[in-house]
Design a protein around this ligand. Structure first.
Ligand code: FE
Length: 351
């Protein structure tokens, strides 16, 4: 396992590139827009393929790089279920596990700094805490639906219940600290010594911190993330959820679900669709794999094939990638599985 820590001097943000040497796939956490070239340099230098770009929460002090990384590398973007971000590839909820090349990244809902804050636990060993727990500190709770009582409970009931040896990697540091441990923070972090939620709220409500300089720019920009994904996809490439339901009943289409196994298990599936996770697209397009077979089988009637994902981001990316290698005529489900549910689709639940 390799964890590479990048530092943004302007916002004092830490960004993490994590990888194993199994298949040279990587995950990035909390990338900063202005530093995209640096991250791409790291990926190139280590010959890594970026699979996921994740934000721990909607940032107020910098513009997120996850949308740009998705456009440049075709990776899957992810943020918490509670986030107001308009468009993202996946939304994680408490307990979801993103699996990639021997990395198991468990999402832990830790509201308080914001109401969409998550921490991510890597293989039970390393915790990416976002702004929930900082080294010797904790994230402010005075904007973006922050709440010191929620923060106290997230810290004491979720984070401090993890094993003492777990490494703590925060999203910010202002004093050149790089990494800590649960036990060290438990003993030495002054914020964690507050004896009750009330005492913690008393501290947090009197910090009198200045308004983040970039907040009025960063928050709207980050909420609008992913908006331009459909610029390269026309309306003719989409099928509405209503149309999908009608055409599927008439047996006129073949649905290919690109979501991850954990999403299918959590949210259910559209009956009679094929499952080919987007992260395995390159593999799946090789002869002998299911997606390759489906595309070949329908090559004279590719209008039948409809890509599906959670919200329409990965399906649009898949459409672009599959067309690039010569297949024409497929469509993707507008607004994804979420729209299909809204249109009255009856899911099949996976056990
Ligand atoms: Fe923050």
């Amino acid at each position: 396992m390799l964890i590479i820590q990048h530092f943004d001097k302007i916002s004092s943000t830490y960004t993490y590139v994590i990888t194993t040497d199994v298949n040279r796939n990587a995950i990035i956490i909390d990338p900063v827009f202005e530093n995209i070239e640096t991250y791409l340099g790291t990926l190139t230098r280590l010959n890594l393929k970026l699979k996921y770009a994740i934000d721990t929460h909607t940032h107020a002090d910098h513009i997120s790089g996850i949308g740009k990384l998705r456009d440049l590398t075709n990776c899957t973007t992810a943020i918490g279920q509670q986030s107001k971000v308009i468009k993202t590839g996946m939304r994680v909820t408490d307990g979801d596990v993103i699996e990639c090349d021997g990395m198991q990244l468990k999402a832990i809902y830790t509201p308080g700094h914001t109401d969409d804050s998550y921490s991510f636990l890597l293989n039970n060993q390393s915790l990416f805490t976002g702004d929930t727990l900082l080294i010797g500190g904790s994230g402010r709770t005075d904007f973006q639906n922050g709440n010191p009582y929620d923060a106290y409970h997230s810290l004491h009931q979720k984070i401090l219940t993890l094993p003492d040896s777990v490494l703590v990697y925060p999203a910010h540091d202002y004093k050149e600290n790089t990494v800590s441990t649960i036990i060290y923070e438990k003993k030495h972090n002054p914020r964690l010594q507050a004896p009750s939620a009330e005492a913690y709220a008393e501290i947090m409500n009197h910090l009198n911190l200045p308004y983040p300089k970039l907040m009025d720019v960063a928050v709207p920009a980050n909420i609008a993330l992913g908006q331009d994904i459909n610029q390269s996809i026309s309306f003719d490439d989409e099928i509405t959820a209503e149309d999908f339901i009608t055409k599927q009943k008439a047996n006129e289409i073949v649905g290919i679900d690109l979501r991850e196994a954990y999403e299918c298990k959590r949210d259910g599936v559209i009956p009679n669709t094929h499952h080919c996770p987007y992260t395995l697209l390159d593999e799946q397009l090789k002869p002998g794999n299911k997606l390759h077979e489906l595309l070949e089988q329908h090559q004279h009637q590719l209008y039948k094939i409809v890509f599906i994902c959670a919200f329409g981001e990965r399906s649009a990316l898949a459409l672009k990638r599959v067309r690039k290698i010569g297949y024409k005529g497929m469509k993707h489900l507008q607004g994804g599985y979420a729209n299909w549910i809204k249109a009255g689709g009856v899911p099949e639940l996976k056990s």
